[in-house]
Design a protein around this ligand. Structure first.
Ligand SMILES: Nc1ncnc2c1ncn2[C@@H]1O[C@H](COP(=O)(O)OP(=O)(O)OP(=O)(O)O)[C@@H](O)[C@H]1O
Ligand SMILES: Nc1nc2c(ncn2[C@@H]2O[C@H](COP(=O)(O)O)[C@@H](O)[C@H]2O)c(=O)[nH]1
Length: 224
């Protein structure tokens, strides 16, 4: 059964959570986050970041990122409109604060594709509402193959990202879950299992005590 549909029929109200995926460039987190956010039964709202990076040919402004210049980025930061921000591979990236606050207040889940610096900031602010997953590539050779096959970045950018990959991989132990993204289907199933388990955490089911109280107040059913 699909995760969201099972949970949406649960009689117990639940707090929203923020699911964060991080990885070295090319390991597959964007592929995974975007596909998960497109599955309506999972109920995950994708956080659309702002960035000063140049738009890739396949990207749509406002859908994949909001592409802005450095002055506009600074202005968002100064107004405290970003939940977190970081410089990654020479560009600035940030998560707009308000959509996250709205989703969590309404008990909806969000999914983020952000780096380890941003993950630290979000964890520091949202604490138990955050679930973090680190995505590893099956090998360094496959990481290079994926970046080259994606063919969206210059050779120079690919080399820079591969150089940064080792520093990023070293952060794996700061995450709640670590997943080797070898087979995409298997990765989706693993993510589904993680989300299901996280939804069922006692502290996330806010109405559980009332539900159990009402359950215990029911008379024993007559033998059928
Ligand atoms: N399990 C997989 N097997 C084979 N190819 C994959 C797999 N997962 C992702 N890919 C491919 O690898 C390439 C890189 O994936 P993706 O863009 O999702 O990586 P990323 O971690 O988000 O990188 P970046 O940080 O640069 O945005 C894409 O072309 C994608 O289709
Ligand atoms: N701290 C943040 N990191 C972000 C955000 N959005 C994306 N990212 C990370 O940047 C790199 C590069 O992304 P790319 O799209 O240029 O390949 C990658 O690690 C992303 O996870 C953000 O809002 N905050």
């Amino acid at each position: 059964m699909a995760v969201g549909s099972e949970l949406s029929t649960s009689p117990v109200p639940r707090r929203g959570l923020v699911l964060i995926l991080s990885s070295p460039s090319g390991a597959g987190k964007t592929t995974l986050t975007r596909a998960l956010a497109q599955r309506p039964d999972w109920g995950l709202e994708l956080s659309v970041s702002v960035t000063t990076r140049a738009r890739r040919p396949s990207e749509i402004d406002g859908q994949h990122y909001r592409f802005i210049d450095r002055d506009a980025f600074e202005a968002l930061r100064e107004r405290d409109d970003l939940l977190e921000w970081a410089e990654v591979h020479g560009n600035y990236y940030g998560t707009p604060r308000r959509p996250v606050e709205r989703a969590l207040a309404a008990g909806r889940d969000m999914i983020f594709d952000i780096d380890y610096q941003g993950t630290r900031q979000v964890r520091g602010k949202l604490r138990d509402d955050v679930v973090t997953i680190f995505i590893l590539p099956p090998s360094m050779a496959e990481l290079r193959r994926r970046l080259e096959r994606r063919a969206e970045d210059s050779a120079e950018t690919i080399e820079r990202r591969l150089r940064n990959a080792r520093t990023e991989i070293e952060r794996w132990s700061e995450y709640n879950y670590v997943l080797v993204n070898d087979d995409l289907d298997r990765s989706f199933k693993t993510l589904e299992a993680i989300l299901t388990a996280e939804h069922l955490r006692r502290e996330r089911q806010v109405g559980l005590d009332r539900f159990v109280e009402a359950l215990l107040a029911q008379p024993d059913a007559a033998a059928g």
